[in-house]
Structures are given as C-alpha cells and as structure tokens.
Design a protein. Sequence first.
Length: 484
Amino acid sequence: MSLRKLLSAVFSLFLVASISACGSADKTAATAQTPADVGIQMFEWPWTAIENECPTLAKNGISWVLISPPQEHILGDTWWTSYQPVSYKVESRLGTRDQFAAMVSNCKTAGVGIVADAVINHMTGQENSGVGTGGSSYSHYDYPGIYTKDDFHECGTPNNDISNYQDREEVQNCELSNLADLKTETESVRSTIRAYLDDLLSLGVEGFRIDAAKHMPEADVAAILKGLPAGTRVIQEVIRGAGEPITPEEYLPSGDVLEFSWGKDMSSLKVGSTFSAYFNAGTSSLYAPSDHAYTFVQNHDTERGGKAITYKDPQYEVFNALLLANPYGTPILYSGYAFTNNDSGPRINHATGALLDVTCVERTGPTQTYLDGQWTCQQRWPTLVNMIQWRTDAADAPIAAKWSDGNGLAFARQGKAFIAVNRGEEPLSGTWDTTLPAGKYCDAGAGEIVEKCTDPTLEVDKDGQLTGTIQPYGVLATSLSLKN
Ligand code: AAO
C-alpha cells in the first residue's frame, strides 16, 4: 500500500475511532464507508471552470482532478502547446496564478484535490524564439533566468531526437519530439524543478502527474521528489512499451504509475474477442501492483491515437463502468471536449483569443454524437456517478459469480455489488447470481443519478438471483446503497 493510501486508511480509522470516543457512535458511524478513491482528468479545462465544477464533482463522489499543465507555455491554438514549458510561472492559457490559487483553494473546500500535470522533462521544441503565455521570452535552448544551453542534453543522434525506444540511453538523454531535454542529473536543474513543484504545493495541490517520467532516469525523478510532504500523490507517466528496457516498475520507488495496460487490454475487448478476458486484466506481469497503479480507459494521448475506446464509441460508458467496477488500481475518469482534428485545442473566441466558457452537453445516452468543441462532461453521466457509489459499496469485496456470453459480461463483488453489461447493439436478457441480499434495488445504469432508491426496478430473489434485460451498450448494476 502506498504511503498516501495508508494515511487515508489510517485517517478513516481515526475518524471512526474519534466518533466512537465522543460517545456519539451510532449505526451509521460504525458502518461508515471509506469513499472510493476516484479521480478525473479534466483535459484542457480552464481553472475557473474547474472551480465552478468542484461542488458537482464532490457531490458525484470524485475525490481529485488531474488538470492540464499549469506552467507558462508557448502560444498557439493547439492543445499540445500546454506541454511546451517556457517558464514555471503559473500563467497559462487555462488561467492566471490567481485563478489557479482560487481553484485549488475552493476545490479543496468542496472536498476535491487538485493534481497538477508537471512537465519537467523538457522545455519547448521551437526552432524560433518567442514569447510564452506569461510574457516570458525564450528560444529553444535559452530560458532567461531559468535555463541556458548547458542545462540541456545533446545526445548525438542526427537530429538529437529519440528514434529507438529499445535504447535506454537514447530515451533518457535524447529529445522527445524535438523538446529541449533537461539535464535532470544536475543539481541546478533538479532544484529549479523542485522549486516549481514546491510553489504548486504552496498553492495547495495534492499531487503531481509526472509527465514523460520514462524520459528521466528514476534516480533523477527520485532526487527531484525527495522529501515531498507525506501523502503527496505522485502519478508517473511511464508508458509500458513492448520489449522496451524501461518499465513502470522501475519507478515505483519514486511514486505510483499510470498503468497503460488497462486501456490497451480494454480496447481489445470492445468487440469480437472473448469478453471473459476482462477477468484477466490486472493479473499478469504486464500490470504494476494494484496499490501503485492508476487505470483509465483512455487519456488525452490515447484518445487521439486511434486505438483506445473513446467518447466516440457507443461502448465507452460500458468500459468506464467496468473500470469503476474492477478492484484493480485507482481509476481515473476523463472529461474533455469533442474533436475531429487531433490537434484542435479547446474552443476560443477568435477576436480575443480567450477560451470560451465551458458548458456541459446534456447527455442522452451511449450512442450520442458530439459536435467539435462540445464538452463531454463524463463527471455528470448518471451511470458513472452511480458506479462511483457502487465502487465505494464494493470496497474490498472480491470478484465473484463471473459470467460472460457473447456481448454480455456480469459479475458481483461478493455480497456488496453486482454489474452486468452489454457491449453489443441488441438487448440481452438473462438471470444472474448477484450474491446480494434479497430485495428491491435501483439500477445504476437506468439513466438517473440515484441519491436514494425510492423507485426500484430490479428484484433480487432469496437465492440472490436477478432476472433482467441489459439495454444495447448498456449497464445494469446495483449495490447495497441502491437497495430500496
Ligand atoms: C508537438 C508536435 C511535434 C513537435 C513538438 C515540438 O506534435 O511534432 O515536434 O510539438 O514542437 C504532447 C503531444 C505531442 C507534442 C508535445 C509538445 O502529444 O504531439 O509535440 O505535447 O507540444 C512518448 C512519451 C510520453 C508522451 C508521448 C506523447 O514516452 O511521455 O510520447 N506523453 C506525454 C504527454 C503528451 C505530451 C508529452 C508527453 C510531451 O502525455 O501529451 O506530448 O510533454 C510508444 C512508447 C511511448 C511513447 C509513444 C509515442 O508507446 O512506448 O513511450 O510515448 O510510443 O511515441 C502501444 C505500445 C506503446 C506505444 C503506444 C503509442 O501502446 O505498446 O509502446 O502504443 O504508440
């Protein structure tokens, strides 16, 4: 168990113990649930929009938000300008330092932590000099007052770029797509980066995604992160590549990792192959230990890579429900905007260059199509909101009563929760063992957020059996808190 998770568990125990010690222990306190640790990547959401959304996120059971990189970056309309730092000023297209501080503080008050995407492996990939979003001047290997040419690697490949991911030295000393590669082995670079992370911590962030961690030796990452406050969330991006010498496991001493195997394996289950292979996810050597792994159906890169299951697929909700239903890893949901051009950034007012306000599209169901630029707002999808409560209910209960047939898959979390999904376009009917106590239940997949189950549509008999129909691309799920 990571230190952060250990601290959270200890805190929950402490809470229950304090309630008991105060003499006010009642049934509710005795059975208090530790909320599931569920995050969401809010890709290219401006700070003010996240701040406005935090009360909804908290209500819907989401504990933390992974934001897009907050540091000053190159100018331009594409989303990926965010990944070319110009300085470590917290002044980006997504908002000013004051807006950032207000977001972090007000989200924290609402009960939602902010995890910053820390781009610390490199600076820009620009051949021409320019000015960043915070007004700082720069050129490819010169960032006045921050870094000079000596702070960057020259690796000896023809264009200084990584071409061979099988070569550890190249991956860690050459440039990723022409991005000026920092000498993270030097004290001065390390302390400059650390000062940036400390600044973000002083503004109240609860952790970091370490962008392109694979491109820095683990010892460098460890040195930069050394002595972070206990419980700081560290999520390192080390993409597991077939046959590559650098593995996510190497980085576990510095923190946790994004486990790309999850989304990759799910995408192979979208159609065709045996759906029951879902039950193997998380079990092979291609998965980091569960307590150190963050799982996701897709992120901002894989969403554009053409292979992952995305909001464009009718099966998307099914696979997000399966993400939340699985005990392996810590799930990260995703909320971004619709696009047809992979480079398109969030929509701006072309006269002023300012981002347009974020408005969530009203969701109508799995086969919905979106117009370019519309915000998809998965944090509000009723099935996913209900499934977060489902995950809390399931707690540590093991997977039981596994079933799969064609496009259908079902399982229980022993005695606590049950889910059946249909990845196909025809309805599926069946009778399943839910392992749940007899009674009437609400359906997490029925299209409404269930706060209290007053209008149950599911009935579990005395043997735990439930007979029902799963809609096309649908989820039929229930759990103890959804009991009437
Ligand atoms: C942009 C332009 C470039 C230009 C550059 C400089 O697109 O043409 O040269 O500016 O001006 C983002 C965008 C980039 C953008 C960059 C800077 O994605 O297009 O470049 O901002 O603006 C590798 C890294 C990984 C990285 C990923 C994109 O290891 O860290 O490439 N992701 C992060 C961010 C990402 C960001 C950056 C890093 C840079 O999430 O948004 O870039 O800050 C294999 C390797 C991986 C490798 C991929 C892609 O992965 O294993 O390490 O990721 O290839 O090259 C299967 C395989 C797996 C394979 C994967 C994808 O899963 O098993 O091995 O498929 O093919």
